[in-house]
Design a protein around this ligand. Structure first.
Ligand SMILES: Nc1ncnc2c1ncn2[C@@H]1O[C@H](COP(=O)(O)OP(=O)(O)OP(=O)(O)O)[C@@H](O)[C@H]1O
Ligand SMILES: [Mg+2]
Length: 499
């Protein structure tokens, strides 16, 4: 039997299949071939069941058998959800209605099919996604927070609840802001608004270290990854959070950051010590050279074999001091030649990351930290790692200072002086202030009032700030407590973006 052709059916949007009384395909239109991935003539003569997933094929043949045994076509004509099977074996959701046609030449069945893939997400898939999301939220080790476009919390995972000390019930429906300390609390809405407006991604897809605030008001460092999704056409943001106070060091990006800081710090320490040493040794060495030179001149006027031998020795001594001098000069050149990689960087971000790192462990001492960051997010022209090191040192000093003190508060502030072209980061603590015995020797290496202190922190910080063309000031406040401020140049408008 040849295949029948009805071109007009090919114009139909729905799939149309005509089978004979035994369910063998006699005719399909173009929509069916498109839907299932067959070419012309391939389906004719085969069972309708090949177009259905095995489970549905079985159901279909039962229906079909039933229909055949019945005189009336009652069982037919009902549109059912089924799963279609394409030629390549993949499945898709399908709606199928079957009708019996009687003709002189026998019984026929007409099937009308519609691919409903696009309709599924709205109903079934959403339920599935929700189910999946629920299990993810309750079991994931990372904290997961889902917010909508207005930063209203939609889901709050078990791990997030433990991290922040909130009950999911009490926090869902509230603004995400309450999980952050000031100034982020007041700025966050603007960040989202800016993103929605400009589409510029400042945090989405980028892992960042930020500061969170627990229900009891304490703050802690965390690593944050933000994703964007559009379930059911609505925009949502998902935050994956990791509490850095808990995480094993080796798992982290933090480790890299700390390693880089440590490296810079060692290099700087060695650099500083060697450079001081070179300077100190150079002076006596120069004196030795002068003295030997003078002795040689005196000996030049003395006759005799002994004197000639002594002159020879002195000449060798002079040559050796010259050599020592050269070595030292090279060493100093090497150390001062050390390169900085300066870029245009966001000072607030530097400060935030470095503080978060320095604060690890501070929570145990119940230290309250406030951020008071310049809202314009100043760009500075610096070596990021080195400035982070300065901030870490200053914050560490502040933490150490307030530890044994009843009032344990630290304020970390940034500000801009446009006129001077500088930005400033200040760390202010409510500790005892500077000890009188430290006084003027604050920036000298190895001056420390702490049992474990190296007395290197501030000297390194000052060195770094001066290398940046900036300054470091530390002073006792009249109200008790200490303020340490590092000043650095602002980046020019056309400096390269450091991101
Ligand atoms: N915020 C502060 N409050 C009170 N004293 C401070 C403060 N910052 C620094 N000091 C004093 O200055 C000294 C030198 O500080 P510096 O950071 O150079 O060394 P350190 O903290 O003692 O040791 P290191 O930083 O090498 O571990 C400290 O020992 C301390 O006496
Ligand atoms: Mg220190």
């Amino acid at each position: 039997m040849g295949t029948m052709q009805y071109p007009v059916l090919d114009a139909a949007f729905d799939g149309i299949i005509l089978t004979d009384g035994d369910g063998n395909i006699r005719l399909v239109n173009a929509a069916v071939r498109r839907m299932f991935g067959y070419s012309a003539g391939e389906l004719e003569g085969r069972e309708l069941g090949v177009l259905l997933a095995p489970r549905d094929a079985a159901t279909y043949s039962r229906t079909f058998a039933g229909a055949r045994s019945m005189q009336a076509a009652d069982a037919l004509g009902i549109s059912r959800q089924m799963t279609g099977r394409r030629r390549d074996g993949t499945h898709f959701p399908l709606e199928m209605a079957l009708t019996e046609l009687s003709a002189d030449s026998g019984r026929f069945f007409l099937a009308i099919l519609r691919d409903v893939t696009d309709r599924i997400p709205a109903e079934v898939a959403l339920a599935e996604t929700e189910e999946w999301l629920r299990s993810l939220l309750s079991t994931a080790p990372d904290g997961i927070i889902v917010i909508d476009e207005h930063a209203i919390i939609q889901s709050f995972s078990g791990a997030a609840a433990r991290m922040f000390g909130y009950d999911p019930q009490e926090i869902i429906g509230k603004s995400l802001n309450i999980l952050m300390p000031e100034p982020y609390r007041s700025q966050h809405d603007r960040y989202i608004a800016r993103y929605l407006e400009t589409g510029e991604r400042h945090i989405i897809g980028i892992s960042r270290i930020v500061v969170g605030q627990r229900a009891d008001g304490t703050i802690f460092p965390l690593e944050l990854n933000v994703g964007e999704m559009f379930p059911g056409g609505k925009r949502m943001f998902t935050g994956f959070l990791r509490d850095l106070t808990e995480v094993q060091r080796k798992e982290l990006r933090l480790q890299d950051l700390q390693a880089a800081l440590l490296h810079a710090s060692r290099f700087s320490t060695v650099g500083r010590m060697s450079s001081t040493l070179a300077h100190e040794i150079n002076q006596p060495l120069a004196a030795v050279a002068n003295y030997t030179q003078a002795a040689l001149q005196i000996l030049q006027r003395v006759e005799g074999k002994e004197a000639a031998r002594a002159r020879e020795i002195l000449e060798k001594a002079i040559a050796q001091t010259a050599r020592a001098g050269n070595i030292i000069r090279h060493l100093r050149e090497f150390l001062t030649r050390r390169e900085m990689t300066r870029r245009s960087e966001d000072l607030n971000q530097i400060v935030q990351e470095a503080s978060a790192l320095a604060l690890i462990g501070a929570g145990e001492h119940d230290v309250r930290v406030h951020f008071d960051l310049e809202p314009t997010a100043p760009k500075v022209w610096v070596d990021k790692v080195q400035i982070q090191q300065v901030v870490m040192n200053l914050v560490s000093n502040a933490i150490e200072a307030v530890q044994a003190w009843p009032k344990r508060e630290i304020t970390i502030a940034t500000e801009v002086d446009k006129q001077q072209g500088v930005a400033k980061v200040c760390v202010i603590d409510t500790g005892p202030g500077l000890a009188p015995e430290v006084g003027a020797r604050l920036f000298q290496p190895f001056v420390s009032t702490k049992p474990q202190g190296m007395g290197l922190g501030l000297s390194i910080c000052r060195e770094i700030m001066e290398a940046h063309g900036g300054q470091l000031h530390v002073e006792t406040l009249p109200t008790s407590g200490t303020r340490a401020c590092a000043t650095m140049p602002l980046a020019e408008e056309d400096d390269d973006a450091g991101e």
